[in-house]
Design a binder for this molecule. Structure first.
Ligand code: EPZ
Length: 419
């Protein structure tokens, strides 16, 4: 295992480039199961999670070749069992369920299980595929599902906490090869769903409305291989915007999609951060003292839950009081205790985090608990006085490509050491 050592307080400046989107890549890799043709996907981020998905595709019978430029997937799916060992390490792998059902008419997929950000049920996935004519059961930790024929239908896919990104993806991937028309109401509108719809269209699927709450799919008999370039990762980009704001730096975030980040940028403007679009890049500048502001996370286009922890790190060093509510994952607050170890003043009261911003954080040994909590600790470490050690950084390697290399490029002093 490795840890990050960060020597805080170094001035940060320059350009930092965003990689391809992790959460868009995972369902798109799963969608390649829907064809026997060759799929070439470029700008795939080199991350533990994308590697895990490639391993899972191989275990299902596909041939996967990787070069620094692209991932090429060919061959036919032969196996319908997605093993516990691969699915339990990464919830994204649960979205092989839809494509396996569409291609083979049966699937045995390990349940993904809970994780530190909350309970994470699968009821919406089950409801969605079952309304397409699938019989599904849960046995010994696996979802056992089969169908003679997938049939299009109209369904409502909203849940207690709003729409579900991966349930929408699973249903879309089953419906593209179903008989007739499927209408998904209350579909997730995240850019990752839009990307999946674009990829499926490039494979020959008939799909409309992806990126809106109403997706209409007309099933086709067969899909072809295709070539596709992944767009940039909005959460990595947002993390860099928040880092620039916390470090009071002038940083150009290259390949950041401004439109995908409107809720964050709007909030940053309101607290005094200058954020401007510069072609396909976004520039962040801080010229004055920042003000605190509350956030409530919501499904897209609301403030993303995946930037909540990083925003908390910014509020921790913004004098004044702010309140954070996570309406997507109400228990996603593991980072509070670790930020407090660095001198932050944050307390949790019922479903909210109350932050009393302090003038300075101090380096400390801290523990990464999940991907975005780890990113919050990196931000805190970079703006702290003294040395921070972040343990268990395998969480970071799941979602941030070459983070230490990228941060070093803007002046940070950060390196890895073996535990
Ligand atoms: C995706 O997870 C992302 N993961 C998550 O990113 C992200 O936090 C989340 O969407 C929300 O934006 C991937 O894309 C691989 P959901 P997903 O189903 O699809 C509830 C990261 O850090 N729900 O949209 O699994 C659920 O409990 C990660 O990169 C049900 O009630 O999330 C939550 O409250 C972590 N029943 C809400 O819906 C279900 O069947 C949204 O979850 C499914 C979900």
């Amino acid at each position: 295992m490795e840890k990050f050592i960060i020597e805080g307080g170094k001035p940060l400046k320059g350009e930092i480039k965003v990689s391809g989107s992790k959460n868009a890549t995972l369902p798109i890799l799963a969608a390649t199961l829907l064809t026997d043709g060759i799929c070439e996907i470029r700008n795939v981020p080199r991350l533990r999670d994308t590697m895990t998905m490639c391993k899972l595709l191989r275990s299902l019978g596909k041939t996967v070749e990787m070069t620094p430029q692209k991932v090429t997937i060919s061959g036919s799916v032969k196996n319908h069992i997605a093993d516990y060992k691969l699915v339990s390490t990464m919830r994204g792998s649960f979205c092989v369920l839809g494509p396996l059902l569409a291609k083979l008419g049966k699937a045995k997929v390990s349940m993904p299980g809970g994780c530190v950000i909350g309970v994470r049920p699968i009821d919406l996935h089950m409801k969605g595929i079952m309304s397409l004519g699938v019989k599904a059961d849960i046995d010994a930790g696996y979802v056992l599902a089969q169908t003679n024929k997938l049939k299009g239908t109209q369904m409502y896919l909203g849940g207690t906490f709003g729409s579900s990104v991966l349930a929408t993806a699973n249903v879309m991937m089953a419906a593209v090869l179903a008989h007739g028309e499927t209408v998904i109401e209350s579909a997730a509108c995240e850019p990752e769903v839009e990307d999946l719809g674009n990829f499926l269209s490039a494979m020959g699927a008939k799909i409309q409305g992806h990126g809106t709450p109403r997706i209409v799919i007309n099933g086709v008999r067969k899909l072809n291989g295709t070539s596709y370039k992944m767009g940039s990762d909005r959460i990595e980009a947002g993390t860099f915007l928040l880092l620039a704001a916390a470090a009071k730096s002038d940083i150009l975030v290259k390949e950041a999609n401004y439109t995908h980040l409107l809720a964050l940028i709007d909030k940053l403007h309101s607290i005094g951060v200058e954020v401007t679009r510069d072609g396909s890049d976004v520039r962040v500048k801080v010229k004055k003292t920042l003000r605190p502001a509350n956030i409530v996370t919501h499904p897209h286009p609301g403030f993303p839950t995946d930037l909540q922890a990083q925003y908390m790190a910014l509020m921790a060093i913004t004098p004044g009081v702010s309140i954070i509510t996570d309406r997507v994952f109400p228990d996603r607050f593991m980072h509070i205790a670790e930020l407090n170890r660095m001198g932050a003043q944050i307390r949790r009261d019922a479903g909210v985090a109350i932050i009393e911003g302090v003038k300075q954080l101090y380096g400390a040994p801290v523990m990464a608990s999940d991907l975005r909590a780890s990113a919050a600790l990196v931000i805190a470490g970079l703006v702290s006085r003294g040395k921070t050690e972040i343990h268990r950084i395998y969480h970071l390697d799941r979602g941030y490509e070459d983070l230490d290399g990228k941060l070093s490029g803007i002046g940070a002093k950060v390196y890895r050491e073996k535990e």
